[in-house]
Design a protein around this ligand. Structure first.
Ligand code: ADP
Ligand code: MG
Length: 361
């Protein structure tokens, strides 16, 4: 069983700490996605698991074995990179089998493994081609094939789709999901694309500046983000944030208001808070409802009519921007006044430290 256990894992380059004590359990067969902005440490963390970077502190356990000092090739893992450097002079068949040949795997076993990988990846008809005769998606499949023939217990992917065009990315995403189902292997996948994270993951790990912000199932993170960072990162289009202050406090609820919001009562934990404290109210664009004399009023700045829905960019009284996604076609005009309501149960309230005080469900 190839689960992983990361205990206070830490990485520094000289005086610069890049991974700041990551604790994480990955179950056998799980598809885990590391997501976060560029430079947050995703690749470094993955490379530490692979054994391509030394571990500065903490413990890395793979399949019940402490692996801090274990050679990469002995960790039972295979890694697929964004730049899937294939050997240009070799056929697909030889590219896929190259590692096995190096390991002196007997010819008939090697042949069977290559053909099995080609069958799984539906590229049996491509085996005699050279990389230059393949599309980007086909090359990426060859790179994955190279990983499959090694029968690893854990697959590591570092942004494997980011060199592909948008339509192909969607196709490959579905293929990867299917591959995961077929192989039942543990997979750890790095991306900066929250849509990839939402669609592929059993479990998402949101990283920022080398610190885990939240770990959970995609819908858990979407519906109950732990803090402002996760709330702003997960979900597309992005959650709206409205600056408010506490006007009144009750049992498990707060009444908040601000320049951009008439007083509204929402459920919240109240410990450590007092009247007047600054808070942030988060509302997803899809939760905004066009309504006369609603609590949020502004001016239409820009309208995008998509037919099935309408994106309305609104300038609020404070000058802050807000986005509402309304059902159907709304022939609104820039400059006109507009007012919105929302279901208080679909909001998330954050305190001044950016921690969620109550999550939408
Ligand atoms: P991500 O994959 O999330 O974009 P990386 O893991 O590649 O981020 O990098 C995380 C941070 O570590 C970045 O700030 C990067 O500049 C730094 N970093 C990566 N490799 C090195 C290195 N060899 N020496 C010094 N700093 C590095
Ligand atoms: Mg990276």
């Amino acid at each position: 069983m190839a689960g992983l256990d990361l205990k206070s894992l830490q990485k520094s380059y000289g005086a610069v700490e890049v991974i700041k004590g990551v604790d994480l359990k990955v179950e056998h067969g799980e598809f885990v996605v590391f997501v976060g902005p560029s430079g947050c440490g995703k690749s470094t963390l993955l490379r530490m698991i692979a054994g391509l970077e030394d571990i500065s502190g903490g413990e890395l356990w793979i399949a019940g074995k402490l692996c801090n000092a274990v050679e990469p090739r002995d960790r039972g893992i295979a890694m697929v990179f964004q730049n899937y450097a294939l050997y240009p002079h070799m056929t697909v068949y030889d590219n896929v089998g190259f590692g096995l040949k190096l390991a002196k795997t007997p010819h008939d076993i090697r042949d069977a493994k290559i053909r099995e990988a080609a069958r799984i990846l539906q590229m049996e008809h491509l085996l005699e081609r050279k990389p230059s005769q393949l599309s980007g998606g086909q090359r990426q499949r060859v790179a994955i094939g190279r990983a499959i023939v090694r029968k690893p217990e854990v697959f590591l992917f570092d942004e494997p789709l980011s060199n592909l065009d948008a339509a192909l990315r969607v196709d490959m995403r579905m293929e990867l999901s299917k591959l995961h189902q077929d192989l039942g292997a543990t997979m750890i996948y790095v991306t900066h694309d929250q849509v990839e994270a939402m669609t592929l993951a059993d479990k998402i790990v949101v990283l920022n500046a080398g610190v885990v912000q939240q770990v959970g199932a995609p819908m858990e993170l979407y519906q109950r983000p732990a803090n402002l960072f996760v709330a702003g990162f997960i979900g597309s289009p992005k959650m709206n944030f409205i600056a408010v202050n506490i006007e009144a406090m009750g049992e498990g609820q707060l009444t908040v208001s601000g320049r951009d919001l008439a007083a509204r009562t929402v459920s919240s934990t109240t410990a450590g808070l007092k009247i007047g404290d600054a808070m942030t109210l988060g509302i997803r664009p899809h939760a905004m409802l066009s309504q006369d004399a609603g609590p949020v009023t502004g001016r239409v700045a820009l309208v995008e009519r998509l037919g099935n829905e309408t994106n309305v960019n609104v300038e609020l009284p404070s000058g802050a921007a807000m986005l509402a996604v309304l059902d159907g076609d709304r022939p609104l005009k820039p400059g006109q006044a507009i007012s919105f309501g929302f279901d208080p149960a679909a909001t998330v309230l954050f305190d001044a430290a950016g921690q969620a005080r109550q999550g939408a469900v």
